[in-house]
Write a protein that binds this ligand. Structure first.
Ligand code: ZN
Length: 705
C-alpha cells in the first residue's frame, strides 16, 4: 500500500485517497475480486489504474465507450503512463503494433471494447501475456432491464473461467439493488467484495422550478450563475433541442445542438468542441452524455421533466465531476406532467412494464412537488439515508410556502366534473375564471354553477393547482390522448370534504426572486483571484490546443483555482497543489508559474479581509470613487465606507488620501472623536459635528488612529 500511496502522490498529484479507494486497491493487490458502486466523479478509475500499475502485467479495462478511449489514454500518457487502446476506429497496422506491445509487456493499461476482447484472437493473445487485472467499467451494461444493455457484456463471465487467477473489478455508477444483483449473477462475482459508496454529490446544487417561460428562467439562471461556463441543457424532443440551441446563440451563448437526427460527423464535431473548447453549451436529447467524461461541466439544465429519478440523477450527475461547485437546474410545468403521463399510458409495452414506468414517473413528480430537502429524497430513492436536510438545494435554501388549498381544489374538481370530464386544463380554467369565450358559450358552460367561481385566483395560480392535482393523482389525463382531464378515485374523499389538501404555493413569475445562493465559482474563488484564474485558463487552452487534448487533461479547474488562490512562487511550492504530479510539474510547471509570477496581486489586496471588502478595494484600486463603487456593487455608500474603514484599520489605506475631506475638516473630526469618545460609539460625535459628515466617514477617521 505504501507503493500505492506513492503513485497517488507522485504520478497523479493527490495527497489522499477518497471514499473506499484505498480498500478497493488493497483488495485487488491481494488478488481478490471487487464490485464497486460509486457515483460519477467519485474517483472510480484510480481504483483499477493504481493496482494495474503495481501488479505485474497489463491491466485490461473493458469499456463500451469507444469515443472516450482516446481521451482516457491521452490523459494517462500525459502522466507518462504506458497506456493504449484497441478499438474499431484504429488502422490495422496500429492495432498490430499495440498487440505486439501487449505481448512484450510494454503496456500497463489497455482499454478495449467488449466485442473485441471476446474475439478468440484477442483471448489467445492475452493467454500468452501477463495480465494484472480485468476492470469491467460501466458494469450495469450487463443488465437486460437497463437502458444501456450490451449483449457482449454478458459474455464477459468467461473471463473468470479462462483467467481464474486474474482479479476482476466491476464498476458502475448505477445504484439500484436489482442491477447490482444482476451484475453479480451475470459476471459470476459471487465471491467479490462489495464496495458501496455514498451516492451523494455534495458539490451539486439542486434546483427544480415550476411555471411558465422556462426559457427565460433558464437564461436568467445561466446569466446569474454560469455566465461563461460549459454545461448541458436537456430537452425531450429534437425540435425543442434545435429551437433552444438557436435561441441561446441569439442570446450570445456558445450553444450547439446534439440529437440522433444530426449527421454522425456533425454530432462528433459538436462533441469534440464541447470537450476541447471552453464555455460550450450542448443542447441535447438524452442521447447525449453516456460517452462524456468531461470533468468541468458546471451545470446540467433540464427543460423537460426526466422520466424517473434514476434518469434525473444520472443526467444531473454529469455536472461537477471534478468536485468543484456545479448546478443541476430543472424547469417543469403542467404540460410536462400531462405528456409524460400520456407517454406512459400509450406505450404498447406490457402492463407490468407500464406499471413500473408509471411508478417511476410518480416518484419523479413527487420529487418536483415536495416541500422538503431534494437531496434527502433522491438519496432515499436509492436506499440511502441523509440524516439532516442538506442545506444545499432550493427547498433547503428557500423553503416553498404551503397553503390550505382544500377549497380551490374542490372548486377545480367539481368544475372538471360539471363540464363533463371532456376538456383540457386550459378550458376548465377559463370556466373557473368566468371567461365568456365562444367555445364556453357554444357548450353552454357559462350556465354551469361553477362558471366564474374561481375569480379569487389568477390563471397562473390555477395552473399550479391543476399541475399538483394531476401530479398527486387527484386528476387523470385522458387515455385517448386528447389531453382531457378526468377525476380519479382518489379525489372522492376530497370532494366529500373528508380530507384537507395542502399544496405548494405557486411562485409567481417575477424576474426571479432574490439572488439565490449559487454554484458559481465565487463560492470557492475569491474575486481578487479571478483575473489570475482566467489567465491560467487561457494559458491552459493554448497548451491544450498545442497538445491536441481537451483542456482538463492539462489540469482540472480545481487545480487552477488552487493555483490562483495560493499563488505558489516556486516550482517546489507548486508541487503541493492537488492535481499536479511530478510529470505534469515537469511538463507544465514552468509555464504556469510564469503566468502566476506575471500577475502579482496589488499590495492593497494582500490581506486577510473578507471577499466583499476586497471587491470594494479592487474598484478603489482601479481609481473609482466611492459613489461609483456603491453603484457598481449595488451596495450603500455607508457600506463602502465601512469596508474602507476596515482596510484603514488594517493599515492598507491612508484615510487622508481617500476621504473627500480638507485637512481642516479631517482635524475637526479627529478632535470631536477625541472629545466625545464613548467606547467607540459615533452618535455623540456625529451630533457634535452637526451631522455634517456621514457616519461612514467618521468610521474611517476613527479607524485611522
Ligand atoms: Zn436540501
Amino acid at each position: 500500500m505504501k507503493h500505492a500511496q506513492e503513485i497517488l502522490q507522485k504520478t497523479f498529484g493527490y495527497n489522499d485517497f477518497r471514499h473506499h479507494q484505498s480498500n478497493i486497491i488493497q483488495n485487488l493487490l491481494k488478488g481478490e475480486d471487487a464490485l464497486v458502486l460509486m457515483p460519477t466523479g467519485g474517483g472510480k478509475s484510480l481504483c483499477y489504474q493504481i493496482p494495474a500499475l503495481i501488479r505485474e502485467g497489463v491491466g485490461i479495462i473493458v469499456s463500451p465507450l469507444i469515443a472516450l478511449m482516446q481521451d482516457q489514454v491521452d490523459a494517462l500518457q500525459q502522466l507518462d503512463i504506458r497506456a493504449a487502446f484497441l478499438n474499431s476506429t484504429m488502422e490495422a497496422t496500429a492495432q498490430q503494433q499495440t498487440e505486439q506491445q501487449v505481448l512484450k509487456g510494454e503496456i500497463d493499461l489497455l482499454y478495449i471494447a467488449p466485442e473485441r476482447l471476446m474475439t478468440s484472437r484477442m483471448l489467445s493473445l492475452l493467454e500468452q501475456s501477463s495480465i494484472a487485472l480485468f476492470a469491467i467499467d460501466e458494469a450495469h451494461c450487463v443488465s437486460q432491464w437497463g437502458h444501456d444493455f450490451r449483449k457482449e457484456y454478458q459474455q464477459l463471465r468467461i473471463l473468470h473461467e479462462r483467467f481464474p487467477a486474474v482479479p476482476r473489478i466491476a464498476l458502475t455508477a448505477t445504484a439500484d439493488q436489482r442491477t447490482r444483483q444482476e451484475i453479480i449473477e451475470q459476471l459470476n462475482l459471487h465471491d467479490a467484495k462489495l464496495f458501496i459508496n455514498s451516492f451523494d454529490r455534495p458539490n451539486i446544487f439542486y434546483t427544480i422550478s415550476e411555471g411558465l417561460n422556462a426559457r427565460d428562467r433558464l437564461l436568467s439562471f445561466l446569466n446569474q450563475e454560469h455566465p461563461t461556463d460549459a454545461g448541458i441543457v436537456y430537452c425531450l424532443s429534437r425540435k425543442k433541442v434545435e429551437a433552444t440551441a438557436a435561441w441561446l446563440v441569439k442570446q450570445g451563448r456558445n450553444a450547439l445542438p446534439y440529437h440522433a437526427g444530426l449527421s454522425n460527423e456533425m454530432r462528433q464535431e459538436h462533441q469534440r468542441r464541447f470537450l476541447r473548447e471552453d464555455g460550450i453549451i450542448i443542447v441535447a436529447t438524452i442521447a447525449f452524455g453516456m460517452g462524456i467524461d468531461k470533468p468541468d461541466v458546471r451545470f446540467v439544465a433540464h427543460l423537460s421533466l426526466p422520466k424517473s429519478i434514476e434518469a434525473y440523477y444520472q443526467e444531473t450527475g454529469r455536472a461537477g465531476r471534478d468536485g468543484a461547485p456545479a448546478s443541476a437546474w430543472m424547469s417543469y410545468g403542467l404540460q410536462d406532467v400531462i405528456s409524460l403521463r400520456q407517454m406512459a399510458q400509450d406505450s404498447d409495452a406490457s402492463e407490468q412494464f407500464k406499471r413500473v414506468l408509471h411508478n417511476k414517473l410518480e416518484a419523479m413528480l413527487a420529487l418536483c412537488e415536495q416541500r422538503h430537502c431534494r437531496r434527502q429524497s433522491v438519496l432515499a430513492y436509492f436506499g440511502e439515508t441523509l440524516d439532516k436536510p442538506c442545506g444545499h438545494c432550493d427547498t433547503c435554501i428557500n423553503p416553498p410556502e404551503q397553503w390550505d388549498a382544500t377549497e380551490p381544489a374542490r372548486k377545480a374538481l367539481s368544475c372538471v366534473h360539471r363540464s363533463g370530464q371532456r376538456f383540457g386544463v386550459n378550458y376548465v380554467i377559463d370556466v373557473l375564471l368566468g371567461k365568456g369565450t365562444d367555445r364556453i358559450k357554444q357548450f353552454g358552460h357559462n350556465a354551469l354553477s361553477t362558471y366564474g367561481i374561481g375569480k379569487e385566483l389568477g390563471e397562473q395560480e390555477w395552473r399550479s393547482i391543476f399541475r399538483q392535482l394531476i401530479a398527486l393523482g387527484y386528476l387523470n389525463t385522458d387515455v385517448d390522448g386528447h389531453g382531457a382531464i378526468k377525476i380519479s378515485e382518489k379525489s372522492r374523499p376530497l370532494l366529500r370534504g373528508e380530507i384537507e389538501l395542502i399544496l405548494r404555493k405557486p411562485k409567481l413569475d417575477k424576474a426571479s426572486s432574490k439572488k439565490s445562493k449559487s454554484a458559481k465559482h465565487k463560492t470557492t474563488l475569491r474575486s481578487v483571484d479571478e483575473p489570475l484564474f482566467e489567465r491560467l485558463r487561457e494559458h491552459r487552452l493554448k497548451l491544450a490546443k498545442e497538445h491536441g487534448v481537451p483542456p482538463y487533461i492539462i489540469f482540472h479547474d480545481s487545480t487552477l483555482e488552487e493555483m490562483a488562490t495560493t499563488r505558489p512562487a516556486t516550482l517546489d511550492a507548486m508541487r503541493y497543489i492537488p492535481g499536479v504530479g511530478e510529470k505534469k510539474l515537469e511538463k507544465f510547471g514552468e509555464a504556469f508559474l510564469a503566468v502566476i509570477l506575471s500577475s502579482p496581486l496589488p499590495d492593497i489586496l494582500k490581506n486577510n479581509l473578507s471577499d466583499t471588502i476586497n471587491e470594494t478595494l479592487i474598484l478603489l484600486d482601479e481609481g473609482k470613487d466611492i459613489d461609483t463603487i456603491a453603484e457598481r456593487r449595488d451596495i450603500k455608500v455607508s457600506t463602502v465606507y465601512s469596508h474602507l474603514a476596515e482596510a484603514i484599520e488594517a493599515g492598507l489605506l491612508d484615510a487622508h488620501e481617500i476621504l473627500p475631506l480638507t485637512s481642516d475638516e479631517y482635524n475637526s473630526i479627529v478632535s470631536a472623536l477625541e472629545m466625545f469618545d464613548d467606547n467607540g460609539r459615533l452618535k455623540p460625535v456625529f451630533e457634535a459635528l452637526d451631522g455634517n459628515h456621514d457616519y461612514g466617514i467618521l468610521k474611517c477617521v476613527q479607524a485611522s488612529f
